[in-house]
Unconditional design. Structure first.
Lengths: 210, 210
DNA sequence: GCTGTAAGGGAACAACTGTTCTACAGGAGG
DNA sequence: CCTCCTGTAGAACAGTTGTTCCCTTACAGC
C-alpha cells in the first residue's frame, strides 16, 4: 500500500511545495510540467494520480489549481493587532464599525490556538504587570471579544471613571469586582461593577524569544 | 485617492476572504460572479480593477486564480511537533532520516515567529521547571536545530551519561557548563562539556489559555 | 435637454487548464 | 515469444477562465 515514491514523484511533491511557498497558490498541471522538466501533461497527470492514491496530496477534479497539500494554508487565521495594552493606556476598542473598514495591522495565528472563539483580536503587552501569569513585556495576547468572564480568567477591562484599560484577572465578589494583577509586587484593586467594562478575555499568548 | 469602497466592492472583498478561508485558494472571476450574485464577469472585472487600484488586492494578469489578498497564506509554516520534553525524559531527536519520511504531528506557526531560523521543530513542555522563564506546563516551545548556543540562551540539551534531556539556560563557564533551571526552587547543575549535547535553542513560546 | 461619469449587462475571444486517448519503450515473469 | 506492468510521449478535447468590446441605465451638474 505505502509504496516508496519514485524519484519523479518526490521531485513533483517537492516542486509543488516549493511553488506554493513561493506563489501562495497551487501550481497548474502545466506549471508542474515546466517546473519538473516533464515532456507532457499526461506524465504529470499520471504521477499526480499515484501521489493522490498514496495520500501525498488531493486533487479537486476539474478545478484549476485544484491540488491540495495536506495542511497547507488551512487552519490559519489572521487576527487584527489592535495595538498595545499597558496599564493606564486606553485600548483601541474594536467597534463593529471599524471591524471591516480599515486595513489594520494583523497577526497570523494558528487556528488551533483560536478554536471556535469568535471576534478574536490581538494586543501587544507593554510592561510586566502580568508577569506572574507568565506574560512578559512584548508578548502578544489573543483576546476574544466578550462582555462576560468567569472568575479567575484574564481579561482586558476598561475602567470608565479612570478612563484606562488594563489586563487583569477578574474576580466577581459580593458587591464589587476584584481586579488582580498577576504580579506579586502589585496589589489588587476593587472597583464597582458599574465602573468596569470587559473588553475581552485572553485565550492565547505568543512570545518570540531572542 | 483613498475612496470609500462601494457596497459591491465591500461585498466582493468579503467574498474573496471568505472563499480563501474556506477553499484555501483564491476564487476565479466566475466564482466571484456566482458568489456575489453578479450578472456578468465584466462587472466583477470592473470592480476588481477598482479594488486593485485602491490597494485592496493584487491581480496577476492572465493567471487563473491570480488574486492576492495582502498577507494571505504567506508567512505560515508548519513545524513538526516531535513530542514532549520533561526533565528526565529523552527527546525524540530529529534525525535527518526521519525528517521527511514519517507524517508527523505538526503545529502551525506564524512565520513571523520563526524568522529565517532553519530546522525548526516544536516540543510540548511537561512540568514547571521553566516557570521563571515564563514557560508553563503544557506550553509549546519552538526550537531551532543547532549545536551551539550563546550564554544565557535557553536550550534543549541531552546529557549523555544521565541519558536524559532538559530545557535549561545554558552558561559556558571556565571548564564546565552550568545548566540553570528557570525556576528559583530548583538549583543549577554543572556538567562537563563532553557530557552535553545541544539539541536546539528556544526561539518562541506558544500558549493556549483556558 | 445635454453631457459626463459611475455602474451594470451580455457576449465573445483567446488563452489556460484538467482530462483522456493512443502509442511506444523497457523490463519482469511466465 | 508473449503478456503484463510501469513510465513516458504526443496530441486532442472540452470546459474553465482572464480579458475585452459594445451597449444600457441611473444620476448629478449644467
Amino acid at each position: 500500500m505505502a509504496k516508496e515514491l519514485s524519484q519523479r514523484q518526490q521531485q513533483i511533491v517537492e516542486f509543488i511545495s516549493h511553488y506554493m511557498d513561493e506563489e501562495g497558490i497551487p501550481p497548474t498541471v502545466r506549471d508542474i510540467v515546466r517546473g519538473c522538466g516533464l515532456s507532457s501533461t499526461s506524465v504529470a497527470d499520471y504521477n499526480l494520480r499515484i501521489l493522490e492514491r498514496e495520500g501525498q496530496l488531493r486533487r479537486r477534479p476539474d478545478i484549476s489549481r485544484g491540488i491540495e497539500m495536506p495542511g497547507w494554508g488551512r487552519g490559519v487565521t489572521r487576527v487584527p493587532l489592535l495595538g498595545a495594552i499597558a496599564a493606564g493606556a486606553p485600548i483601541p476598542v474594536p467597534d463593529t464599525d471599524t471591524w471591516q473598514s480599515a486595513p489594520l495591522e494583523t497577526v497570523e495565528v494558528p487556528a488551533e490556538m483560536v478554536g471556535r472563539a469568535q471576534g478574536v483580536y490581538a494586543l501587544r503587552v507593554k510592561g510586566t504587570s502580568m508577569i506572574d501569569a507568565l506574560i512578559d513585556d512584548g508578548d502578544v495576547v489573543l483576546l476574544t471579544l466578550t462582555r462576560t468572564v468567569n472568575n479567575g480568567e484574564m481579561a482586558a477591562v476598561w475602567l470608565k471613571s479612570e478612563k484606562e484599560a488594563t489586563l487583569k484577572r477578574f474576580y466577581q465578589e459580593k458587591r464589587r469586582i476584584r481586579l488582580q494583577p498577576a504580579n506579586s509586587a502589585l496589589s489588587p484593586m476593587w472597583v464597582s461593577p458599574q465602573n468596569v467594562e470587559v473588553q475581552g478575555k485572553v485565550v492565547a499568548v505568543l512570545r518570540r524569544v531572542g
